[in-house]
Design a binder for this molecule. Structure first.
Ligand code: NAD
Length: 279
């Protein structure tokens, strides 16, 4: 006998929009690009969001535009007191912290010399924001989440943390580190009810990626460089948009992923599966 299963096709627009109802989130680097899109998507799904960013002007504007469910807190992730302050602001305003998204990041200088000439001050700066800042966010979120026995911590790695040669030395090393931190912390926290996962985005046009590639294309407009960024991903599959990462973050932040921890979710349209990546 042959049984034919009918698989329903999921229209992403028809997914329920209350997947984070009543949850409280802090997003570092929430004033721009992927963090900003995620703040928007979290709010669309019923969350209250603290945008924690070093850029006060932009962060305040973004929070205002997002409406009453968003607040801005000035936060440089290289300053432990400010990271603690962002978490405490969430708890002070809303009485709890459910989601901590350690997303702030920089690339650093684009054309590094050979590793033999690596500028270790630059390396320090990139590691301080991308790695130290992430660890500080994990630490201060865990302080509040462990006693409550729940919470979802998200971190941002990159396609550059999966393959060599996709970014400057410092950036690549910093992004390789993130899935390791996530695995290690998940092994500790899995008995506490607190989950931790990371997302590795592929090329998606944002001020960070467009700014990085623009240096290879002097004279090109922002739109032209954004098309080039998209072209990198499109070569291997779908064209990446900020919302692709934001929706992955909603899933990992929500209780739908309650049995997932220590995972690195690659959101790259197949970019890192392709055998012959040329930038
Ligand atoms: P973006 O430049 O648009 O946003 C980064 C945000 O981080 C900005 O608002 C900036 O003000 C903030 N920030 C920088 N330094 C900070 C600090 N010290 N403290 C607090 N905030 C700080 O970049 P994006 O593309 O949205 O990048 C977000 C994350 O995604 C980064 O970790 C980046 O490495 C990662 N990523 C991006 C791509 C991509 O193609 N856009 C691909 C892979 C990974």
């Amino acid at each position: 006998m042959c049984v034919i299963f009918s698989v329903p096709i999921i229209d992403i627009c028809s997914l329920p929009r209350n997947r984070l109802q009543g949850k409280v989130a802090v997003i570092t680097g929430g004033a721009s690009g992927l963090g900003k899109a995620t703040a928007h998507e979290f709010i669309q799904n019923g969350a209250q969001v603290i945008i924690a960013d070093i850029n006060t002007e932009l962060g305040s504007k973004v929070a205002k535009d997002l409406g009453p469910l968003a607040h801005f807190v000035q936060c440089d992730v290289t300053d432990e007191a400010q990271v603690a302050g962002a978490v405490e602001a969430a708890v002070g305003l809303h009485g709890k912290l459910d989601i901590m998204y350690n997303n702030a990041g920089i690339v650093g200088p684009v054309l590094p010399p050979s590793i033999a000439e690596l500028d270790l001050d630059t390396f320090d700066r990139v590691m301080r924001i991308n790695v130290w800042g992430t660890v500080a966010g994990i630490k201060h979120a865990a302080r509040f989440m462990i006693p409550t026995g729940s919470g979802s911590i998200l971190c941002t790695s990159s396609m550059s943390g999966l393959l060599g040669g996709l970014g400057p030395h410092s950036y690549t090393i910093s992004k390789y580190t993130i899935p390791g931190i996530v695995k290690f912390v998940a092994s500790e926290l899995c008995r506490t009810g607190v989950r931790i996962n990371c997302i590795s985005p592929g090329p998606i046009p944002t001020p960070l990626s467009v700014g990085q590639l623009a240096q290879f294309y002097p004279g090109a407009t922002t739109e032209q460089v954004a098309q080039i960024v998209n072209g990198l991903g499109e070569l291997k599959g779908a064209k990446g948009e900020e919302m692709d990462v934001a929706q992955a973050a909603v899933y990992l932040a929500s209780d739908e992923s309650k049995y997932i921890t220590g995972h690195n979710l690659v959101v790259d349209g197949g970019f890192t599966c392709y055998k012959d990546i040329k930038l």
